[in-house]
Design a protein around this ligand. Structure first.
Ligand code: FES
Length: 252
């Protein structure tokens, strides 16, 4: 069994679980995910790792209650409660090379819930010596979370809201286009809804900026056996759960 050591509501629909899982915390790397199963007979829920702390032996996941299982997580599990399975880390870690001599600029774009998995990547790129710009987008400022944490690791943080309730009004792609034009990054990372990641790829493609998208396809087993997470990359079939979730956004 795995224990929820901290539970925090981030927005009305989004909450965080910090889970005691020392083995996962020790081997987790940015970009990887876990499979949660609440109890016998429950479905497996793939969730990207939003933070990990090998010293505390904990892994943090951020969840949006959209379906029955995530609503069960929200409504029936409190801080201190235990649940059945927490399998991971799964998937390939994000490639984070040390910054080259002369420096490099990485822009990370997160939309909605995608902001959570952006966090460990942002921190790792910064720790590896890269200059970082972080662009995050929410429908409204009431749905924003972790801006303070992102601000600790981003050299430049740009907050966008669809309704203009705070920060810059408009889509993350518009802010990304400005960054690409004014301060060309060496690498772009996009995590969020498919349509957002596709739009980011179209912004960076003409400028030839290598772009990585983290594909949140449907996953069932998370181990490469079921085939439900198939994606086509450069004309070749790949499995998001074992070959990804990160792929070249211009090749998907
Ligand atoms: Fe089953 Fe990837 S989730 S093969």
């Amino acid at each position: 069994m795995f224990r929820i050591v901290r539970r925090e509501a981030l927005t009305p629909a989004t909450f965080l679980w910090e889970v005691e899982a020392p083995d996962v915390a020790t081997s987790a790397q940015p970009g990887q995910f876990v499979m949660v199963r609440l109890h016998d007979g429950a479905e497996r829920i793939p969730l990207t790792i939003a933070d990990f702390d090998p010293v505390r032996g904990t892994v943090t996941i951020v969840v949006q209650s959209l379906g029955a299982s995530t609503a069960e997580m929200r409504d029936h599990y409190a801080e201190g409660d235990e649940f059945a399975d927490f399998v991971g880390p799964l998937g390939m870690p994000t490639e984070i090379p040390p910054a080259p001599e002369g420096g490099s600029h990485v822009v990370l774009v997160g939309g909605g819930l995608g902001v959570a998995p952006v966090f460990p990547q942002l921190r790792a790129f910064k720790q590896a010596g890269h200059r970082t710009t972080c662009v995050v987008g929410f429908r409204s400022i009431d749905l924003a979370f972790w801006l303070d944490r992102l601000g600790q690791w981003a050299d430049h943080l740009i907050v966008c809201t669809d309704d203009g309730s705070s920060g810059r009004a408009g889509l993350v792609t518009e802010a990304l286009a400005e960054v690409v034009a004014d301060d060309r990054p060496d690498l772009a990372v996009a995590i969020g809804p498919m349509v957002m990641m596709r739009a980011c790829a179209e912004v960076t493609r003409p400028a030839g900026v290598h772009t990585v998208a983290s594909l949140n396809t449907i996953m069932v087993d998370g181990t490469g056996m079921c085939g439900s997470c198939r994606v086509t990359v450069d004309g070749v079939t790949r499995f998001a759960c074992v070959d990804g979730p990160d792929f070249d956004a211009h090749a998907v």
